[in-house]
Design a protein around this ligand. Structure first.
Ligand SMILES: Cc1cc2nc3c(=O)[nH]c(=O)nc-3n(C[C@H](O)[C@H](O)[C@H](O)COP(=O)(O)O)c2cc1C
Length: 397
């Protein structure tokens, strides 16, 4: 598994001579699995073309705060929310000064002010400029606000000087971005996540199932791993890549998923029930393909065991998060589920909205516990997963 998979990196390219290396940085970030978009400053456009960056990133390059069309397709606020990480490489002395003083005078500085994404800078400039007290003061100010500054390489420079200020190798920059996503908040914790839809056989070729894609659960698996947890991923029917850093177990039917979870739950500290487990299965599936004969066919359905409820009933139960996919009376149903199942938190998902929920890349949920009810605004499933875990860790760990 590449460690920037599903991560969205917004690369700011500013006016340094080393901006010609920016397409290579895009490539190295993509090699690690990142989805990359680029903002090119006016200074940056003197050293590298928009076309080169667009061709490599495979996305339109953003450059103008006042572009009406761009605002309509993906405005600067949307761009700020889109990014998991904003990397400025190369970062010119001028751009660093703008950010340090909180300016919003161009697209890049405005997006940064409006974003809560990880912010990283790779300063690249003449060695004297780099050593100047003005620049060093700006870098110190930014670092004190949690910005990560990538130390420049030292050596011979484009201007003929020798000293610090060279842009590091692109692969090195990409690796430093990947390192930002590794945290230790769940180090030492064993987390089990169930995800995807279960398939309930009617006969050897037909089944009953639902629309769950497993994307939300997989985002939780990836985030727990990034936070240092040892993750067991119990998955049903999915069509998305697995994370090979998890212990992955396929369990297609509700019954198999129940058995697998109950066998392994004693080793878990946290259980996240994100799978869309069918409530019913066919009582007696046919061993042979059922032939059509023009008559009505009646299938007798029998209720499946409730995995989350059974885990919550255990004497030594892990901390549990359940998901409630609802289409009506959403809040009331989710609160009832929290109470009836006895889990720590319920994540309410309004699946009647086609823009979010099943199979979509985005989601919008409400975190519900006995103590709080928090809206998590519409965003990528990766960001939603991060926010769910942040709130959960703060309340329960
Ligand atoms: C040939 C040339 C090379 C430059 N190289 C750098 C550089 O490596 N680093 C830097 O901080 N500024 C450099 N500058 C100055 C910036 O391009 C200038 O401050 C510009 O306003 C930066 O704009 P921006 O920060 O909006 O991209 C260079 C200028 C020229 C003319």
């Amino acid at each position: 598994m590449k460690n920037l998979t599903n991560k969205r990196v917004l690369l700011g390219v500013s006016g340094s001579i080393s901006a010609y290396k920016a397409p290579d940085i895009v490539r190295r970030l993509q090699d690690l699995g990142a989805d990359v978009r680029v903002i090119l400053t006016t200074g940056g456009s003197k050293f590298i073309t928009e076309l080169a960056l667009q061709s490599i990133s495979k996305n339109k390059v953003h450059h103008n705060l006042w572009d009406q069309e761009a605002e309509l397709s993906m405005g600067h606020i949307e761009l700020s929310k889109w990014a998991d990480c904003i990397l400025i490489a190369p970062a010119s002395a001028n751009t660093i000064s703008n950010i340090a003083s909180g300016k919003a005078s161009d697209l890049l500085s405005s997006v940064i002010l409006a974003s809560d994404a990880i912010l990283m800078l790779a300063p690249a400039m003449n060695q004297q400029m780099y050593k100047s007290s003005a620049l060093q003061d700006n870098l110190a100010r930014l670092e004190s606000r949690g910005v990560s500054v990538i130390t420049p390489d030292s050596g011979s420079q484009a201007c003929g000087d020798i000293g610090p200020g060279r842009l590091p190798e692109s692969a090195n920059i990409a690796n430093q971005v990947a390192n930002q996503f590794q945290t230790t908040q769940l180090t030492g914790q064993h987390v089990m996540v169930t995800l995807g839809a279960t398939l309930e056989a009617i006969d050897p070729v037909r089944f009953i199932s639902n629309h769950s894609s497993g994307k939300m659960g997989m985002a939780l698996v990836n985030t727990c791993i990034d936070m240092g947890a040892q993750v067991t991923c119990v998955y049903g029917d999915i069509n998305i890549p697995l994370n090979d850093r998890a212990n992955n177990i396929e369990t297609l039917s509700a019954e198999k998923m129940h058995t697998c979870v109950m066998q392994q739950i004693h080793q878990q500290d946290i259980f996240i029930a994100c799978a869309a487990v069918c409530d019913y299965s066919v009582k007696t599936p046919s061993n042979q393909k059922i032939k059509k004969n023009g008559e009505n066919l009646i299938l007798e359905l029998t209720p499946n065991k409730d995995i989350l409820a059974d885990v919550c009933k255990l004497e030594k139960k892990p901390l549990c998060i359940g998901f409630a996919a609802e289409t009506q009376n959403t809040l009331k149903n989710a609160q009832l589920k929290l109470k009836n199942k006895g889990c720590e938190a319920i994540i309410l998902n309004d699946v009647s909205n086609a823009e979010i929920g099943f199979n979509s890349d985005e989601n919008q949920v409400i975190f519900i516990s006995k103590k709080q009810q928090k809206n998590i605004a519409k965003n990528s499933k990766a960001k939603i997963a991060k926010n769910i875990l942040k709130i959960f860790i703060k309340e329960f760990l």
